[in-house]
Design a binder for this molecule. Sequence first.
Ligand code: SF4
Length: 422
Amino acid sequence: MSNTRFLTDAQLPFCKGCGHALVAQNTEKALQKLNVNPLDVVLVTDIGCHGIVDKSFLTHTVHGLHGRSSALAAGITAGLNNPGKKVIVFTGDGGATIGMQHLIGGAHLGFDMTVVVHNNMLYGMTGGQPSEFTPCGFKTPTLPEGSTKPGYDICELMVAAGASYVERVIGIGDYSDSLAKAFTAPGFSLVEVMEICPSYGVKSNPGMKLSKLVEDAGWNVKVYADGKGNSFKTPINSEPKSLISDKFEVKPKYSSSIERPFSIMLSGSAGEGVQSAAEFMAKAAIVAGLNSTKKGSYPVTVGVGFSASEVIVSPKQILYTGSPVPDVLIITSTDGLGYARAAAGRMKGGVIYIDETLDAPETGARIVKVPFRERVGAKNSAMYAVFYAVHYEKFYPIEALKDVFLSNKIAEKVNIESLLQF
Ligand code: SF4
């Protein structure tokens, strides 16, 4: 058993006595028993109290929409196509109710993943409404007379759907062996962890014992399917075809002398080529032998308002695409200034290239005013600003950016010389 940490040292974010904390701790212990590398684990959480745990895990984490965690995880495991990776879903009984078809589909198709259902028989995050897992007689704050129907037996449902490994455990003490078995079972596995929410379940059902409640509900605490499985298996392709064809492969041609990651935020208006300019900037970094990421932000109404993009260029692997405090901020319009003002305020250093018609935001960064819009017009201002910043910041040779620009059909419409006015 390794002593690799899968949880941060921070206190787990649950009410005192909540069984969700034990699920997290048992998951860590199970993964330690399996000697897994945290970066080989993808934890997909659902909406609900359990879902706020993702900030406590040192693995990859994905926070899903209500009930959709299993569908997300199915896509992730199919895309990874690698039995060496552990895809684990945390969901509550509320999420399992809402996303039941995803669970049944996942089990039926045998996606290689483990679902851990935190079943406390009510919706804890929203104040204690009953779910379809609430058993007969169990009271909740919004159902004080108690449920008159039996709750779903998820274990029986999963066996019928074809899951490979299925077990129900009482969520008290050490049940890491059960989780470890599920994590190593081929195909789809599910562990249902029975809990009572201290804040709503215990208060509404004083004196009720969890094991008695489970027994009275007619649910067995046992292994329902043992890992040999009768499910279909996600085909593992030993030589998967690359999703990136030669057409999209970017080959390094230049080199860069930067020794640390730089984050650049480009912030302008919708319809002014912000996302394309940022994409060119990121792609050119790869042409210069660097790693790069690009993350776009824009309102749901994509045709109006701001359009912003964060690019990271780095000589090392980039493990996290976020960058709340950019090293370089480029602002090309009033919309862009509105969006970037908060980021500018967080900058204690670095540089802001801003269109000369705009007022400089409150910032600790150096301000450089440039007539982006006047020189090339609004439509090309973002692209020009990117050329300008790369020229002065020297993340990589400007030739890399020129190559990327000239290989795109946009070069037929925009004269590159107009972008090289420094
Ligand atoms: S409300 Fe209930 S389920 Fe949510 S964290 Fe508190 S004890 Fe846990």
